[in-house]
Design a protein around this ligand. Structure first.
Ligand code: FE2
Length: 294
């Protein structure tokens, strides 16, 4: 029987206890139940669906249709660091080029700057409770680099292979920590995350960066496979916050169920650390990074 990930009732003021910090140091991940209310989760889901309603999938449909347009697809992604953009699931379209499911059940994610561009996402992302949690984790000058709304739609929600987020969100020294909110119950049936406890003590195995020609590459630094037989499920009722180290390897299975698994993530880095110009996510000067202050 697999062990459980360290799971706690969320501290009312967000300040992590010595026990929580010790578990985070040991396992690289902690689950905090009822960090936000189910009402706040429902309100954010509602706002996400309003943004989806204004999105025309035909704009992105072409991304998948030809090789040339796949390059357009790359720029659609690469330029999304300071925008709100929509990314479809691979299985979203049928052979006739029509969406198989409703629009909100065809999306993989929305990203990457809702927290700075949309007032409802801004409010959800900037609370004293989160600021206190980040301070407990040792951030001196935390900034929210990116936000993602993960739809994990029923039946076509894709698998995510084992990875470390610091591969994509790299600073020197490394400072990335993920804050993952379950907006709906995440279960082993609808594609919850899995972690390999303690494996965040491994080196960074891959690094993604922009090449001189502007395209992205993921370089393997260490090809030792992850001990995925040691993975532990992270089921999370709506309102839970999963906090995990940028080096913590994690994955999720496909969603083959008939229920969606919406989640919202923030990736936080420390402004004191060097942020390389080769990282995929670059902000324009018009939208400077901000911390947790409302
Ligand atoms: Fe990840």
């Amino acid at each position: 029987m697999n062990k459980l990930l360290p799971t706690f009732a969320a501290p009312p003021d967000g300040r992590l206890s010595a026990e929580m910090l010790s578990a985070f140091a040991d396992d690289g991940v902690i689950v905090l139940r009822e960090f936000v209310t189910v009402e706040a989760c429902a309100a954010l889901r509602q706002r996400a669906l309003e943004l989806v309603a204004a999105f025309d999938p035909a704009e992105v449909r072409s991304v998948f249709s030809t090789t040339r347009q796949e390059q357009l697809g790359d720029s659609y992604f690469i330029e999304s660091g300071d925008k709100i953009r929509f990314f479809l699931e691979n299985g979203a379209f049928n052979d006739a080029g029509e969406l198989r499911q409703a629009k909100e059940h065809s999306l993989n994610k929305m990203g990457h700057a809702m927290h700075d561009l949309d007032p409802a996402f801004d409010r959800f992302s900037r609370t004293l409770k989160l600021a206190n949690a980040a301070a407990s984790l040792g951030f001196e000058d935390p900034v929210i680099l990116q936000s993602m709304y993960i739809f994990k739609p029923p039946r076509i929600g894709g698998e995510v292979v084992c990875h470390q987020d610091s591969t994509y969100i790299y600073t020197e020294p490394e400072s990335c920590i993920g804050f993952w909110f379950a907006l709906e119950d995440a279960t082993t049936e609808n594609g919850c995350m899995y972690f390999i406890p303690g494996a965040h003590k491994s080196p960074l195995k891959k690094r993604n960066y922009r090449q001189a020609n502007g395209t992205l590459v993921t370089e393997t630094l260490d090809d030792t496979p992850w001990p995925e037989d040691q993975k532990v499920a992270a089921p999370a009722p709506a309102g839970s916050l999963v906090i995990f180290d940028g080096r913590a390897p994690h994955l999720s299975g496909p969603n083959l169920s008939d229920k969606s698994r919406h989640a919202y993530t923030l990736h936080v880095i420390d402004r004191r650390c060097h942020y390389p110009a080769e990282n995929w996510l670059q902000r324009s000067d018009e939208l400077p990074l901000r911390g947790f202050d409302a």
